[in-house]
Design a binder for this molecule. Structure first.
Ligand code: PRP
Length: 216
């Protein structure tokens, strides 16, 4: 039997995913040891392998089949646009993708003129402004602390993730438009889904059952 490999997005989401996997009897205690510099972890009994990757790289590993299964946010899936199957909403890491800025930017947005939009998600921003709103904007790619951009005058608005809303609030910004809801998804390589169909659907169904039980 060959290994089934999981790519997990590093950070809080990986820990929550491991908890979910534990609830269906899949354990990998070694991966939780923060002092370890190991990159790949194995559960020999179940013939499973796990590695942690930067979130934006998870879809790449899955599309190329270096990982059979990935767990990553819908934001990253939309931004990366990789070819793979999205099989399950894990309902973890729930947040929203929004256009945000100072409340006075609402008018600018409504006027439909060219504004500057700072974001870590240029593809999501392009799709929203060009294809959904048919509005031409200038998109400025940043890599973090996006809320700074309208404060220091780099952009009029931002496209970013809002979870509790406290980063916006504490910086005098607010949500101006909602783009979509975000949560963690399980994704599967297209070939693995065929070749390892039984093992992979067994994992998916077990997780589905746990999630449905939580609903009751
Ligand atoms: C994310 C996001 C917002 C913040 C939203 O940033 O980009 O800045 O969290 O959360 P809140 O609504 O609960 O305040 P992250 O902490 O991932 O870091 P980054 O700013 O470097 O992207």
């Amino acid at each position: 039997m060959r290994y089934i490999t999981f790519a997990l997005a590093k950070g809080r989401l990986a820990l929550q995913t491991l908890e979910l996997l534990e609830s269906i009897g899949i354990r990998c205690d070694e991966i939780k040891d923060k002092s370890s510099r190991k990159l790949i972890f194995v559960n020999e009994d179940l013939k499973l392998r796990f590695f942690l990757a930067k979130a934006s790289d998870v879809p790449t590993y899955v599309e190329y089949g270096a990982a059979d299964i990935g767990v990553v946010g819908k934001d990253t899936i939309l931004e990366e646009g990789r070819k793979m199957y999205e099989v399950l909403d894990l309902r973890l890491g729930k947040c929203r993708m929004c256009v945000a800025g100072p409340s006075k930017a609402k008018e600018l947005l409504e006027q439909g003129g060219i504004i500057r939009v700072a974001t870590k998600y240029p593809n999501i921003a392009k799709d929203y402004f060009y294809n959904k709103k048919h509005q031409t904007v200038e998109i400025i790619k940043l890599n973090g602390s996006i809320e700074l951009a309208p404060i220091v005058g780099l952009a009029e608005v931002i496209v970013d993730i809002v979870e509790t809303g406290s980063t916006l609030r504490e910086n005098g910004l607010c949500v101006l438009e909602d783009i979509c809801n975000i949560s963690a998804r399980m994704v599967v390589n297209e070939v693995s889904m065929k070749m390892q169909h039984e093992r992979i659907t067994h994992i998916i169904n077990n997780i589905k059952n746990v999630l449905t039980r939580e609903d009751v």
